[in-house]
Design a protein around this ligand. Structure first.
Ligand code: NAP
Length: 308
């Protein structure tokens, strides 16, 4: 166990955390951003981004690298580690990781979200054997095969479009007869002749031959008719869960685990901020994440000045 100390510790090196690191270090604060994976967060699982200003289109990992290069330009450090808890000691905080205890005057939580599971039989069993939550990571295994995508949000439709460039056929199975994805993505998907839609339908089981996925059992929720759709790949995009397990005892989350802040990104604990997808909010975008990172980085400076 080593002991380190920074003005600001940022938990998570996704777009929001990296931007907070840029703002705080540019204000001459000592900054560490801790992540248990490679910097970039969900950007690394995103194929093509068409709604980030300054680019007509950019690949997620390329944008992650660009933001990272800027974020460490003023001295912020990237620290590898998995955060297990935050201890609030008043004017200082202790961030406890799997290998360190790190002191900070300010902690900014940008730990993001994880993909929600569908919760049906076969989903867990065939994880990594046909069931996936990441088209960019696993899409290549399904070249010229048939896949299904479950969900009707931005992730399902954008990743479905990505999969259509690899797979033979992409069947989007949605529980309603309308998508919630942005209109521009819907238009692209409806015009894509490799994409097909199965409406008003719930997937109730992932089927397999013990080695790999062979299909899904579905029920039409209007007619109650049950059928089997044969497929090699099942890509599940049914929403997000906050990654807040280490912070639940701080009392800064709502009943679903999202962190509640005001528009300065302050939680109810002075010196602890939250940014990006982990916040309770309506619009989870890279643009909103980086904006919140900027706000929190600047607020960290003001807060540290105020406790001097
Ligand atoms: P989401 O917007 O919450 O959509 C989840 C989808 O899954 C919905 O269509 C929902 O159906 C369906 N669903 C939920 N639970 C289900 C269940 N148990 N069985 C079957 N279907 C179920 O999640 P997301 O698409 O992952 O997006 C998360 C956030 O990231 C959103 O704020 C989104 O806008 C944002 N995002 C933005 C972009 C972009 O701007 N380029 C890209 C990706 C994600 P209903 O529609 O019936 O509720």
């Amino acid at each position: 166990m080593t002991e380190k100390s920074y003005d600001v510790v940022i938990i998570g090196a996704g777009p929001s955390g990296m931007t907070a690191a840029l703002y705080a270090s540019r204000a001459n604060l000592s900054v560490a951003m801790i992540d248990r994976g490679i910097y970039g967060g969900q950007l690394n699982n995103t194929a093509e981004i068409e709604n980030y200003p300054g680019y007509k289109s950019i690949k997620g990992p390329d944008l992650a690298q660009n933001i990272y290069d800027g974020s460490v330009n003023f001295g912020a450090e990237y620290v590898y580690g998995s955060v297990e808890a935050i201890k609030d000691n008043g004017a200082t905080k202790t961030v406890i990781t799997d290998s360190d205890e790190i002191e900070a005057k300010v902690v900014i939580i940008g730990s993001g979200s994880d993909y929600k599971k569908l919760g049906v039989p076969g989903e867990e069993e065939y994880g990594g054997r046909g069931v996936s939550y990441c088209a960019v990571c696993d899409g290549a295994f399904f070249k010229n095969r048939d896949v299904v995508v479950i969900g009707g949000g931005d992730s399902a439709i954008e990743e479905g479009i990505y999969l259509s460039k690899i797979a033979n056929n992409v069947n989007v199975i949605h529980r309603r007869d309308q998508l919630r994805a942005q209109k521009v993505s819907q238009d692209q998907a409806f015009a894509n002749d490799k994409m097909h839609f199965t409406w008003d339908t719930n997937v109730v089981e992932v089927l397999g031959d013990e080695n790999k996925v062979t299909g899904v059992r579905v029920v039409n929720n209007k007619t109650n008719e049950e059928s089997i759709i044969e497929t090699s790949g099942v890509f599940i995009y049914v929403g997000l869960l906050p990654m807040t397990k280490p912070f639940l005892d701080l009392g800064i989350t709502d009943q679903d685990g999202w962190i509640v802040t005001n528009d300065k990104m302050e939680t109810k604990i002075p010196g602890i901020y939250a940014i990006g997808d982990v916040r309770k909010k309506d619009l989870r975008q890279i643009t909103t994440a980086v904006g919140e990172g900027g706000v929190a980085g600047q607020q960290a400076f003001k807060y540290i000045e105020s406790i001097k």
